[in-house]
Design a protein. Structure first.
Ligand code: GLN
Length: 202
């Protein structure tokens, strides 16, 4: 598989940026809105946006159960920000009816960084990614408060991050990856390249 076909869940959020990042990273990228479109893809990106809105749209578009089934079957996935929230097995500070996909054994807290810091940027070390530290853009981001034994922590907020220092902001379980931040907006393609590499190897 030289250029795998990677879908971007295209119900809401920053879909275009992920399509561009995937195309730059050696994949053919396609927006996904219908259950049957899930069948042909080798991997899926769930973009940033608003997780409770996306949760509602997943149900309206009848994608929730087919997507859960494909994830259970081993479909590689990458979720950024709201996408991370949807991939979690438990969400704190969300609406009671919000659905989640349970693809990573972790507890995430929505809008965790607080009102004063809706958006901020930080340089991170990212496990498995070599070279310069990664510029991470956080926009009303979640953090991870608990991970299961099978979950690998890939990045944390650095010491300079004040009250949030040490918080987990990137994880991987098998072929499912999630980040609190938005690599699709910086032009740094290393997270998308890492994900496309996972998709190729599955
Ligand atoms: N705060 C949003 C949510 O709860 C996530 C923000 C984002 O994806 N940039 O879904």
């Amino acid at each position: 598989m030289t250029r795998p076909l990677v879908g971007v869940l295209a119900l809401q959020g920053d879909v275009r940026e992920h399509l561009a990042a995937l195309n730059d990273s050696g994949a053919d990228a396609v927006g996904i809105r219908r259950p049957e479109e899930l069948e042909k893809i080798d991997g899926l990106v769930i973009p940033g946006g608003e997780s409770t809105t996306m949760s509602k749209l997943l149900q309206i578009f009848e994608l929730l159960e087919p997507l859960k089934a494909r994830l259970r079957g081993g479909l590689p996935a990458y979720g950024s920000c709201a996408g991370m929230i949807l991939l979690a097995s438990e969400i704190l500070d969300t609406r009671p009816d919000a659905q989640h996909l349970g693809a990573i054994d972790m507890t995430v807290r929505r809008n965790a960084f607080g009102r004063q810091v809706d958006s901020f940027e930080s340089d991170l070390d990212f496990e498995g990614i070599v070279g310069d530290p990664m510029r991470a853009v956080f926009i009303r981001a979640p953090w991870v408060e608990r991970v299961g034994d099978d979950v690998q922590v890939l990045a944390r907020v650095p010491e300079s991050g004040g009250a949030a220092a040490g918080r987990i902001v990137a994880v991987r379980q098998g072929s499912v990856v999630a980040t609190s931040f938005h690599p699709e907006v910086t032009g740094d393609r290393r997270v998308h390249e890492l994900f496309v590499d996972i998709v190729r190897k599955v």
